[in-house]
Design a protein around this ligand. Structure first.
Ligand code: GAL
Length: 736
């Protein structure tokens, strides 16, 4: 019987190479996910995380092995790991973005075992994405989850659920298991596979299969007649509004012993995704893809974000940014992030690690390994609609990309390949022509199917505290290009660069080691451009009304603040200044054709520089009803310090975290981008809980955040914030 144990707790960590005879007292106790170093949010050097560190874990097997094999499963170690168990070293695993598993059975001892991991976080030229400059940081450490897994000597290595002919009368489900026999003799096993259509109906079948000694077998069971009219209800489709997920169960029986079996469950969805020459179709309906690129890094903690923050990012992209697709630029991302994309209905374009540079034959072999590892890990996610099998923005390499494409198609014939290029005319070996288009427009597709995978980015970096005209123009560029993509025939969609500001190398960014390319800042707090994306979602999902202005006439050229842009999915908006109605406005369909919710442009507000003017109030209407409102105060000093946690409860697992954001705001809660203040946070809380981040925080831009991390002790964490001349703020988060 299979057993899986979380293995994130009670690791020992030392930021240097330490031999096995060095006492544990030289180490610090840590919980995974772990970053080999903490950082300020900017102005640090990547060389600070580029070193070899040592992790150790002493453990007694959590339960008797009883003939089973024992594996350690690493979800991700950055960048290379040499694992040893009781002195036996495994070959180095190279590459930080895909998982690896080691069979430690033969080296286990009665009583205490010592697992140690030497983690090489130097940016080694032999490992993708490195070898040349790279516009992102990877950070270091055992930064994803680790598990201990027991399996029987005959076990299921991987299992896949493949819905087939989803939109036709012959809807089927193929359930495939990859089986392993670790024994010295051939074995015949019975594999059963089934899934629950609903509470009362299960569909399944079983087959016998012989697995050679020390060998493997792949077996598929096809469940037919799943369409309407069969013996049970038809499974529901996975859609963006109602992303229905199903669980397939694979059970393996072998030998005579009735308790000798393996059981694996996978989650999947029934959906049909297709890129055609005239665009992308989900479940047979044309869907204009509108998305943003996401890097997996966070301020202070690098890439070592726990499940909650990973899942929250998916929620942010879907609900706060109104996107229907995200690109995991430029590598496979956390399973927690992808799981959440499945659960909420957010499409994903996932790609292999890389950035412009292709290395030697050995490097390419690792890249091919990454193609395989990515697809094997993520095959069952209905959210994923395409595999990226090129190194982002590399030059053509015919033989290499023939191979990456062939491998992806062999491993997954159900999904198209893409491969992100930065010039028209690059050789088309993939199924979808995925192009980064930095023309500040949408170039006519020369090849279809066609998807724009980046635009804007370095062409117009924008900070939260830039002047208003730049912040508005940043938003307008995103709106205009999304409108162009939506109204040019043959463009499946556009994925902008990018969702969040991110830490980067010295060759890129603003010189403080941040690329300010996000529509949100590095803490995932919005710039005006975020409001554009947020407003594109259906009002049934979330009513949005955001004014892209701070309503300070003296802050714009010549005091001419109009037009004031409002991003909203309301049908019309009404503007008031100082309590007086100034006009009713409709979305600017003429200027932004093709968008579900074009921006509103407010004119005639009668506000003049050097004359007194009142608060701006904008009201949104749907069906004649007032459904949203925003008020921005006329110029006034900051009125409040707002403190906000994303969650009111955390797990006491030593790793869980929530974002604690603080804003210096006007009387109505609008952050004031030029309020420069020192904000000090204090924590009163259960043992082990801590605030992570720069503290006191020299705030610019009116908004920033720290993270509250739980320890292993339950209780209530009280976080307080204070800043000169503002009333203090306080929030509470339960840990337990
Ligand atoms: C692209 C690249 C991205 C990012 C972006 C900045 O060329 O693919 O990773 O560097 O430029 O605009």
């Amino acid at each position: 019987m299979r057993a899986i144990f979380p293995f994130n707790d009670s690791w020992l960590y030392a930021p240097q190479v330490l031999a096995s005879d060095v006492a544990d007292s030289a180490f610090e106790v840590v919980t995974l996910p772990h970053s080999n170093k903490r950082f300020p949010y900017h102005n640090f050097d990547d060389r600070e995380y580029q070193f070899i560190s040592t992790y150790r874990k002493r453990f007694v097997l959590p339960e008797a092995r009883q003939g089973r094999r024992v594996f350690v499963d690493f979800d991700g170690v950055m960048l290379a790991a040499t694992v040893s168990i009781n002195g036996h070293a495994f070959p180095e695993h190279r590459g930080g973005f895909t998982p690896f598993s080691l069979d430690i059975t033969d080296y286990l001892r009665e009583g205490e075992n010592l697992l140690s991991v030497s983690v090489d976080s130097r940016e080694r030229a032999d490992i993708p994405p490195f070898g040349h400059t790279v516009d992102y940081l990877v950070f270091g450490g055992i930064y994803r989850d680790v598990r201990l897994r027991y399996v029987d000597p005959v076990y299921i290595e991987r299992a896949y659920a493949t819905p087939l002919d989803v939109l036709s009368k012959s809807l089927r489900l193929r359930l495939t298991a990859h089986l392993v026999n670790t024994q010295a003799q051939e074995v015949t096993v019975s594999l059963a596979a089934m899934f629950d259509v609903d509470e009362n109906n299960s569909v399944g079948d079983s087959v016998d299969v012989a697995i050679p000694a020390h060998g493997k077998a792949e077996v598929s069971i096809e469940l037919d007649d799943l369409s309407d009219g069969g013996a049970h209800p038809q499974p529901a489709l996975w859609t963006l509004d109602d992303p229905r997920l199903y669980t397939a169960t694979f059970s393996l029986d072998w030998g005579d012993a009735t308790d000798a079996y393996d059981r694996v469950q996978v989650r999947f969805g029934f959906r049909h995704a297709q890129f055609k020459d005239d665009g992308f179709y989900l479940n047979g309906q044309r869907l204009q893809l509108r998305g943003l690129n996401r890097h997996q890094t966070f301020p202070y903690i690098g890439a070592a974000a726990p499940a909650r923050l990973q899942r929250r990012d998916a929620d942010i992209v879907k609900y706060e940014l109104g996107c229907n697709i995200v690109r995991t630029s430029h590598y496979p991302q956390s399973p927690h992030f992808l799981n959440r994309c499945d659960e909420i209905g957010l499409l994903v374009f996932e790609e292999i690690p890389g950035w412009q540079h292709i290395g030697d034959a050995d490097w390419k072999a690792l890249s091919l390994r990454d193609v395989r590892a990515m697809i094997e890990r993520d095959y069952n996610h209905p959210a994923i609609i395409m595999w990226g099998v090129r190194i982002n923005e590399s030059w053509d390499d015919h033989d290499f990309y023939e191979q990456t494409n062939a491998l992806a198609r062999q491993l997954d014939p159900t999904r198209p390949t893409g491969g992100v290029r930065f010039f028209q005319g690059s050789e088309f070996l993939e199924d979808v022509y995925t192009l980064n288009d930095f023309s500040n427009d949408i170039q006519e597709p020369q090849v279809t199917p066609h998807l724009v995978t980046e635009f804007n980015g370095h062409m117009f970096p924008t900070k939260t505290w830039d002047n208003e005209e730049r912040r508005v123009e940043h938003a307008r560029r995103h709106a205009r290009i999304q409108a162009r993509a939506a109204s040019s025939g043959g463009v499946s969609g556009a994925i902008g660069w990018c969702a969040f500001d991110y830490n980067t190398h010295e060759e890129f960014g603003a010189g403080d080691r941040i690329c300010y390319h996000g529509v949100m800042d590095i803490w995932r707090l919005p710039k005006f451009a975020a409001f554009f994306y947020e407003s594109q979602q259906d009002a049934a999902q979330r009513v949005v009304l955001r004014v892209a202005s701070n309503w300070r006439l003296g802050d714009v050229s010549e005091g001419l603040i109009e037009p004031v842009y409002v991003f909203s999915n309301c049908e019309e908006v009404v503007a008031y200044v100082g309590g007086r109605k100034k006009g009713t406005f409709r979305p600017a369909h003429d200027l932004f054709p093709g968008l579900p919710h074009p921006p509103f442009r407010l004119h005639g507000l009668d506000a003049l520089l050097a004359h007194p003017y009142g608060d701006l109030r904008v009201v949104g209407l749907i069906g004649g009803q007032e459904v949203a409102e925003q008020i921005i105060s006329a110029p006034q000093p900051p009125k409040q310090l707002i403190l906000r946690a994303d969650d009111d409860a955390l797990l006491a697992d030593g790793a869980d975290m929530t974002r604690v954001a603080f804003l210096v705001a006007d009387a109505y809660g609008n952050p004031l981008p030029y309020a420069v203040k020192v904000v000090t946070l204090t924590l009163d809380g259960p043992q082990g809980a801590e605030l992570i981040g720069d503290n006191p925080f020299p705030l610019v831009g009116g908004q920033a955040a720290l993270y509250l991390r739980a320890g292993h002790t339950s209780g209530v964490a009280v976080v307080r914030a204070q800043a000169d001349r503002l009333p203090p703020a306080e929030i509470r988060v339960r840990i337990g």
